[in-house]
Ligand binder design. Structure first.
Ligand SMILES: [Zn+2]
Length: 132
C-alpha cells in the first residue's frame, strides 16, 4: 500500500497546486480506480482532501441540475453539464474499509465528474456540441 499512499499524496498535491477540486488517477497517468476530491464546509472549499478508492455510485437522485464545469485535463474550458443533484457513493479508504456517503451540491458533481474519468469519459463527451 506504500505505493498507493505515495500516489495519493502526489495526486492531492497536483490537484491543490492547480487549484482543482477533484482529480482522477488516469489524469496523472495512474491506472487505478482512485479519485481525490476537495471536501467542503457550508459550500466553501475548506475541508480536507478525501481519497476514494474504487468509488461506485450506488444511487442518483431523479432531479437533474446543469452547472458549468471545468476540468484540469481541459484547461480554460467550461461546459454546462447536466447531472443528478444528489448521489450515494460507496468507496474504500486506504485501510480498505468501505464507506457510504450521501453527497449533494458541488461534492456530488465533482465525484460524478471524476468517476467519468475512471471510465474514460471527458465532459466534452457529455455534451452534444462541444464547439457551441
Ligand atoms: Zn476532469
Amino acid at each position: 500500500m506504500q505505493g498507493l499512499m505515495a500516489k495519493l499524496r502526489d495526486m492531492k498535491e497536483t490537484m491543490l497546486s492547480l487549484n482543482g477540486i477533484g482529480l482522477a488517477a488516469p489524469q496523472v497517468g495512474v491506472n487505478l480506480r482512485v479519485i481525490v476530491i476537495q471536501l467542503m464546509c457550508a459550500g466553501k472549499l475548506v475541508g480536507p482532501v478525501q481519497e476514494m478508492i474504487n468509488p461506485v455510485i450506488t444511487k442518483t437522485s431523479t432531479d437533474i441540475i446543469g452547472y458549468e464545469e471545468g476540468c484540469l485535463s481541459i484547461p480554460g474550458e467550461y461546459y454546462r453539464i447536466d447531472r443528478p443533484s444528489k448521489i450515494d457513493v460507496k468507496f474504500q479508504t486506504l485501510r480498505g474499509r468501505y464507506k457510504r456517503w450521501h453527497l449533494k451540491g458541488l461534492e456530488a458533481r465533482v465525484v460524478q465528474h471524476e468517476l467519468d474519468h475512471l471510465n474514460g469519459v471527458l465532459m466534452v463527451d457529455l455534451i452534444e456540441n462541444p464547439a457551441g
